[in-house]
Ligand binder design. Structure first.
Ligand SMILES: Cc1cc2nc3c(=O)[nH]c(=O)nc-3n(C[C@H](O)[C@H](O)[C@H](O)COP(=O)(O)OP(=O)(O)OC[C@H]3O[C@@H](n4cnc5c(N)ncnc54)[C@H](O)[C@@H]3O)c2cc1C
Length: 399
């Protein structure tokens, strides 16, 4: 009989197990894959962007009250201190993103594994839990191979179904549902956007700074690098609206706009001055220094501009409006194999925000990406995994 069994040795499972063991709880971790922390290892392009200086409820699609509570348990500073105490040297990059200084996510997984070993926590790999039964004051867990474990408390830290080639699975949802939980439909997030307008493929390979806006419901906006591809767009400015787009796509294609001049403070004044200064130039030369050449060419073709007539003699304003809100239609997100997260998951109204304990099945805790919480790209999803695990472990210690 264990005090706690944690199902899933990913980000939240490993941290939760460590905290439970440090509190003296007899803890076991069961992992379906052949090694712990596989998704953490591939995170951040193998570099693991583990948290972000600017983490706040606004960084998530989730109930803000839940995130606020999680951050009270485990703030940005707590996260830095936690990994420093594990022996990880950290470094900060642009936009407050934090990485291990080694440049390798193994720094995170290995130090967690070492600390767990020092606490003598057993991690059993190649064990997939397929059944949970709540009996009197205990849970009975059964694996695919029909092995059985008994425990007083269970933590479901099974992650989401994103990225199935690296541990992503629907099993956690099924286990949660089997004890009475409900799901908000899991949909891919943090994934590239497929665009209907094939003309954009002319920009394939182009990277530029933009602001993207979802104009239909739910609305969303993101600023940053956009990367054009042979299917549509990727990069932070696409990824950070992809959660909203994914939900909107359930009602059909989604309209977005791309602002190629996101840094302009006063667009109208800028445009008037540009026309005054360079209106005598032919369109292509008029845009020189303002936009990359292939974007200019696409714009001129898209708007049917007369290429040999000076800009001042054409309907320049329509051209400028297109540049600041170029319409595009998203027809789909890239497949699950490319989704770095999920929007949707176990309904958070069914857990206690302070403890992450199920309101439906007392003694069972749910953490990490299994829940209906998804963050922007930049370290926010891992931060939630750590924070929810830490909060659950605090509650388990007190019990
Ligand atoms: C390519 C990629 C890059 C990413 N980069 C970043 C990044 O840089 N920064 C960031 O913040 N986030 C990133 N993420 C997201 C981040 O990795 C996840 O949000 C985070 O790992 C979720 O932690 P978790 O503990 O909830 O789940 P996971 O880390 O996915 O762990 C769940 C574990 O449970 C196991 N499991 C599931 N079901 C069972 C079962 N029935 N029995 C036994 N074991 C089971 C799984 O095998 C898995 O090991 C990235 C994701 C991907 C796919």
């Amino acid at each position: 009989m264990y005090d706690v069994i944690i199902v899933g040795a990913g980000a939240s499972g490993l941290l939760c197990a460590l905290e439970c063991a440090r509190a003296g709880l007899h803890t076991l971790v069961l992992e379906k894959s052949q090694q712990p922390g596989r998704k953490v290892l591939v995170s951040g392009n193998g570099r693991c962007n583990l948290t972000n200086r600017y983490v706040s409820p606004a960084s998530y699609h989730a109930d803000p009250a839940l995130i606020e509570t999680a951050l009270k348990h485990f703030s940005f500073e707590d996260c830095l201190r936690y990994f420093k105490d594990l022996g990880v040297l950290l470094t900060e990059e642009a936009q407050g993103r934090i990485f291990p200084a080694t440049g390798k996510s193994s720094a995170i997984v290995e130090t967690l594994k070492l600390a767990l070993k020092e606490e003598e926590v057993e991690i059993k790999c190649n064990v997939e839990i397929t059944q949970i039964k709540a009996a009197a004051a205990q849970f009975i867990l059964t694996s695919k191979e029909k092995d059985v474990w008994h425990t007083r408390k269970v933590v479901l830290a099974c992650g989401s179904c994103a990225y199935p080639q690296v541990t992503g699975t629907t099993r956690g949802y099924e286990l949660a549902q089997s004890v009475g939980h409900h799901l908000v439909q899991p949909l891919p997030a943090l994934s590239g956007l497929c665009l209907k307008e094939r003309a954009f493929t002319r920009l394939s390979g182009v990277k530029c700074q933009v602001r993207t806006t979802v104009t239909s419901n739910p609305q969303a906006q993101a600023e940053g690098e956009l990367i054009f591809t042979n299917y549509g767009v990727n990069g932070p400015a696409a990824l950070n609206i992809s959660s909203a787009v994914s939900r909107a796509l359930t009602n059909g294609p989604v309209s977005i706009t791309i602002n190629f001049l996101p840094h302009l403070q006063n667009q109208t004044v800028f445009w008037q001055e540009r026309l005054k200064q360079f209106g005598f130039r032919k369109p292509k030369d008029f845009f020189a220094g303002l936009l990359q050449e292939n974007i200019i060419n696409l714009l001129l073709d898209f708007r049917g501009v007369k290429k040999n007539t000076p800009m001042a003699e054409q309907s320049a304003t329509a051209l400028f409006e297109t540049l600041c809100a170029w319409p595009a239609t998203v027809t789909a997100l890239r497949p699950w194999q490319e989704a770095m997260a999920v929007t949707g998951g176990v309904k958070t109204s069914e857990i206690n925000y302070n403890t992450f304990e199920s309101r439906i099945c007392p003694g069972l805790y749910l953490t990490g990406e299994l829940l209906d919480v998804d963050g922007k790209s930049g370290g926010y999803n891992l931060h939630f995994a750590w924070a929810s695990a830490f909060a659950a472990a605090q509650a388990l210690k007190e019990k």
